[in-house]
Design a protein around this ligand. Sequence first.
Ligand SMILES: [Mn+2]
Length: 323
Amino acid sequence: MPPLDPLHRWRLLGLDEKPDYAGLLTYSGVPYTEDPAELAGVDVAIVGAPIDDLVSDRPGARFAPRAIRAASCPPGPHLESRADWSAALRVVDFGDAPVAPADLERSHAAITATVAQVVQAGALPIVLGGDHATTEATIAALHAAHGPIALIQFDAHTDTGTEVFGVERSHGTGMYRLVRDGLVTGDRYVQIGLRGYWPGEREFAWQREQGITSIFMHDVRDRGIRAAVEEALVVVGDHPVFLSADVDVLDPAFAPGTGTPEPGGMASGDLLWSCRTIAARTNLVGMDVVEVIPTAVGSSDITALVAERAVRETLTGLAERRG
Ligand SMILES: [Mn+2]
C-alpha cells in the first residue's frame, strides 16, 4: 500500500505545502504509511506512543502524539543552520503503535514491535510519547539491533528510582531498569537539567556506581548549555546514541503542559539547540519526546509546539550530519 500524501490535493493546485490545520494529520505533513515495506529508503520514521498509564501525578500524555502533529509548521530551511531536513531526508509518519488502554504489557510490546519495524528497515525512529516509561519500550527495539545504547536524557528527574509508590513499573523507574538490565550503559549515559527534590541520595549513590553522568540544572546555569552538551558528547563518544527529551526539563513557563512540572528549568532555545547539536554530532540511532500534556489546539498548544520543534531540530541536525 503506497504512502498517503497529505499534500495531494494542494499539489493539484500547484502548491507544495498545505495549511497545518487542514488535511490528514501527520507530523509536518509528511507522507503517512503503516506498511513496513514502504520504509525502504526512508531515513526517519515518526511513531506515536500514546500511553500514559505509568505516570505518578497528572495524566494526559496519551493525547500528545496527535497534539504534537497538530502543532506543526510548514517545512523549509532552518534560518540558523541553513539545513533543510525536508529536502535532505526522506521522512514518513509511521502512525501510532497499537496500544491498549490499561494493558501495559500489550501497549509496551506494541511500541517495541512498531519501533522494531522502523529499525529493521534501516530507518531512524523518532517516537512521540506518551509518558517517559515508553522510552523503555523504544530502547528495547534499538538494543535488539544495536546492542547497548548510549543515552542523553533531558529531564528534571533522573527516572532512576527502583520503585515509585512501591511500584516497580513507573515513568520514574524506566532508566533504572534500562541500566540494570544492560540495555543502556551507565558510563555512556548523561542526564541534563536535573533539579528539584527527587530522587534522593540512595538513587544518586547507585547512579555513581554505574558511572552515570548527572549534569544538574545549576550546572547548566553556571557553566552554560554549550559546555553541558560538549561534556555529553565526550561521554557518549561514537557509540549508538538515543536522545530522550522529557519536556519537563523546560521551565514550566515554557512548557506548562506536563504532568510533573518543576520550576527553574531550561529555556526552550537551549533545548532546541541541544537537540540539533546532538543529532549533528553523534551516532544518533533514535530519539523521543515525552511527557507532553496538550493544553490547547494546534499552534496555541505551546508545550506541544516546543515538542514539535525538538523533533524538527533533531531532523535538522541529522540533515546537517548528511552534509
Ligand atoms: Mn522523565
